[in-house]
Design a protein around this ligand. Structure first.
Ligand SMILES: NC(=O)C1=CN([C@@H]2O[C@H](COP(=O)(O)OP(=O)(O)OC[C@H]3O[C@@H](n4cnc5c(N)ncnc54)[C@H](O)[C@@H]3O)[C@@H](O)[C@H]2O)C=CC1
Ligand SMILES: Nc1nc(=O)c2c([nH]1)NC[C@@H]1CN(c3ccc(C(=O)N[C@@H](CCC(=O)O)C(=O)O)cc3)CN21
Length: 293
């Protein structure tokens, strides 16, 4: 059927440019995934509270050594001083991994240093000074448990316009979600808010159902029974694992039915399963006929 064929093509396109995410502890998994991840793939490196600067830099180097593009995260509230921001960006520039960063506010309820929000980090001017050219920021298709909707939209507009004013390229990665409909509505709203930066839709890679629902609870991501069943979870088998197959097909079909949403891609939160996610993308691309770049 023609419609299915076309949808498969757009799913393949989403998967072909898909970015991944890893923590400092995932370097062995990245090594295991060697050969499965196409050169030029963006790999985000998280900024967890329980990892230090050299662990993060080592992960960025591991990404670079595999001809992949590192996107190190900076967590505004976790930075204890402007000097710490400078030191990390300096180390990233030294190893050749400072071109792209992703800036988040950070989960701590209060700032541990001078930066209360991602915008504060952008405004410091430190990014461009260290050679950053692309700055990613967050998006929340289903809202944030502790931040009001109007505050989130104002923050997004302000960040994207400040990044542009500094001559840098803005992009958005959304918090993971299980409901493609909510995601598409959010992108539509972003465009009407004047946010025209490329959006990467965040979705969990294949992982254990219990683990995924645990992370969803921890980060305040909506996961009611209807939505998660549609996503592909089996709630009667919590020991099983679930992948985003249905979500990606659904998203691809919706994007195709609604051209004019601008540049939209995919981002996989791997939650400790970099190799599993890389294998899943490789298999799905094969299955849907997507070509390697
Ligand atoms: N979406 C993602 O992939 C990730 C999201 N986060 C979390 O998202 C939250 C906000 O980060 P951004 O979206 O970059 O917002 P942001 O830094 O652009 O801030 C937006 C507004 O919310 C306030 N804010 C920032 N962090 C907050 C927090 N933890 N609790 C309450 N208010 C906060 C800021 O002062 C500002 O007014 C943080 O909790 C952050 O840790 C953290 C890591 C990854
Ligand atoms: N609000 C919010 N805060 C975040 O920190 C966050 C989000 N949202 N959205 C998704 C991304 C992905 N995040 C993460 C966080 C931790 C691991 C992780 O593997 N952590 C462990 C294992 C913990 C466990 O198994 O429970 C670790 O080794 O630290 C992976 C992705 C952080 N992210």
């Amino acid at each position: 059927m023609a419609t299915i064929g076309t949808t498969n093509e757009s799913a393949a396109r989403l998967l072909a440019g898909c970015s991944l995410e890893m923590t400092g502890k995932d370097v062995p998994a990245l090594v295991e995934a060697e050969g499965l991840i196409p050169a030029g793939t963006r790999v985000n490196v998280t900024f967890l509270g329980n990892e230090d600067l050299e662990t993060r830099v080592a992960a960025v180097r591991a990404v670079l050594e595999r001809s992949l593009l590192p996107v190190p995260h900076l967590s505004a509230r976790r930075l204890r001083s402007a000097a710490e921001l400078d030191e990390y960006l300096g180390r990233l520039a030294e190893v050749g991994g400072a071109e792209r960063v992703f800036v988040v506010g950070g989960d701590p309820a209060a700032a541990e240093g001078p930066f209360d929000s991602a915008l504060d980090v952008v405004r410091s001017g430190a990014l461009g000074a260290h050679g950053v050219r692309e700055v990613g920021v967050t998006g929340y298709p289903e809202g944030h448990p502790d931040i009001a909707e109007d505050v989130l939209w104002a923050a997004l507009r302000d960040k994207v316009s400040e990044i542009g004013a500094q001559g840098l390229q803005a992009s958005v990665i959304t918090q993971f979600a299980f409901d493609a409909d909510a995601v598409v509505s959010w992108i539509r709203r972003a465009r009407t808010e004047g946010v025209n930066a490329p959006v990467r839709v965040g979705v969990p890679g294949p992982a254990g159902v219990k683990r995924l629902l645990g992370f969803a609870r921890r980060f305040g991501v909506r996961s009611n029974a209807t939505i998660v069943r549609k996503y592909g979870f089996s709630l009667t088998n919590l020991m099983g694992s679930a992948g985003p197959d249905a979500f990606v097909d659904d998203l691809a079909a919706r994007l195709e039915a609604e051209p004019g949403l601008g540049e939209v891609g995919l981002h996989l939160y791997t939650f400790g399963g970099v190799a599993t996610s890389a294998r899943w993308v490789a298999e799905r691309r094969g299955a849907t006929g997507g070509d390697a770049r």
